[in-house]
Unconditional design. Structure first.
Length: 344
């Protein structure tokens, strides 16, 4: 019996040594250690042995089983390791391969310019206000001293949704909304950036959707000179210390008096070029002293309070600052165009 066991052991160890696959290993394990294996049989037959031989034989069977189990375990580990090594060899990554470029987005130039303008006005104590893009006729026109049938409404061809609701044609309605909200408190010192819409045919300088920034400063004793000082400071921070501005008389229904504001041409420094049409000046915004009717309708007594207001086109400022020659570039969003603004 002892010889039989030794033989079984050698046989099992020899087989295990040959094996390269988990499945075969499993089979051999069942064959030699399973319930029906010859070794288990030996254990079962122990009852027939004389009592004094049993402990010795039991010990021997256990040793044999132990050795086979150990061999199976080692083999299993070896197979596992071989598998891992093979995987490492076949799946290795070439760390010297150049990576695929990741195209990161960037701030849209109009957003960047709005942020720059906001920074400048925040620095002068203005707050930022916003209003809806879908607006009522009242806020867009009437409360700005543009009653129905007023001829100046034609200056801003509008997208009407119903007779009383339209896409706002300018950011000026935010002036009215803010004053109403402030309920007569002063100072009202805000800028309002936002999208506006007009029924224009798109070309190099017109877009049916564009952006404006409105400004409003209402308090006691606000005068035209405050307007001039604030706008000069803005021009210098935006375009450089040597900037000059010029006010030209104009007309807007919501301001009296009204002025158009020109910047000295930042390209030719005033000597005359194509961009400034040889005049040395570039118009950038409309402005004026808030009309008494507008103040009154929004709950401010024009006998006590005065204010200035202005409205500028963001695209125009961006075009001048970055030398963009077609407003449509901001809206067609060709990535070759946008990429150039990656670092502003
Ligand atoms: N809302 C005017 C426009 O879109 C611009 C403007 C002019 C705004 C004068 C003002 C202002 O606040 O005082 O053409």
């Amino acid at each position: 019996m002892r010889e039989k066991l030794m033989q079984l052991k050698d046989e099992a160890l020899a087989k295990i040594a040959q094996i390269n696959h988990e499945k075969e290993l499993q089979d051999v394990k069942v064959e030699y250690l399973g319930k029906k294996s010859p070794i288990t049989e030996v254990l079962r037959g122990m009852g027939q042995l004389p009592a004094e031989e049993r402990p010795l034989m039991g010990q021997l069977v256990n040793d044999v089983r132990g050795e086979i189990e150990e061999a199976v375990k080692e083999k299993a580990e070896a197979i596992e390791e071989a598998k891992l090594n093979e995987k490492l060899a076949t799946e290795s990554i070439d760390v010297t391969l150049p990576g695929r470029p990741v195209h990161a987005g960037s701030t849209h130039p109009l957003t960047a310019v709005v942020e720059q303008i906001e920074e400048i006005f925040l620095g002068m104590g203005f707050k930022i206000a916003e209003g809806p893009e879908v607006e009522t006729d009242y806020y867009n026109f009437e409360a700005l001293n543009l009653p129905k049938e007023h001829p100046a409404r034609d200056m801003q061809d509008s997208f009407y949704i119903t007779e009383e609701i339209l896409l706002r044609t300018h950011t000026s309605p935010v002036q009215v909304r803010t004053m109403e909200k402030m309920e007569g408190e002063v100072p009202v010192k805000i800028i309002c950036p936002g999208k506006v819409f007009r029924r224009d045919d798109d070309d190099a300088t017109h877009s049916h959707q564009f952006m404006q920034i409105e400004g409003l400063y209402v308090d006691k004793n606000i005068s035209m000179s405050d307007l001039k000082g604030i706008l000069l400071q803005f021009a210098r921070e935006m375009f450089g210390e040597d900037q000059r501005i010029r006010l030209r008389p104009s007309f807007f229904p919501f301001t009296e008096p009204s002025a158009e504001v020109d910047l000295s041409c930042m390209l030719c420094k005033g000597s005359g070029c194509r961009v400034c049409k040889q005049t040395g000046w570039i118009e950038i915004l409309g402005s004026g002293m808030v009309h008494p009717n507008v103040l009154r309708m929004s709950g401010y007594d024009p006998a006590i309070y005065t204010g200035f207001a202005f409205g500028m086109g963001v695209e125009r400022i961006a075009m001048l600052k970055y030398g963009v020659d077609d407003i449509r570039h901001f809206y067609t969003n060709d990535s070759r165009f946008l990429k150039q603004f990656n670092r502003i």
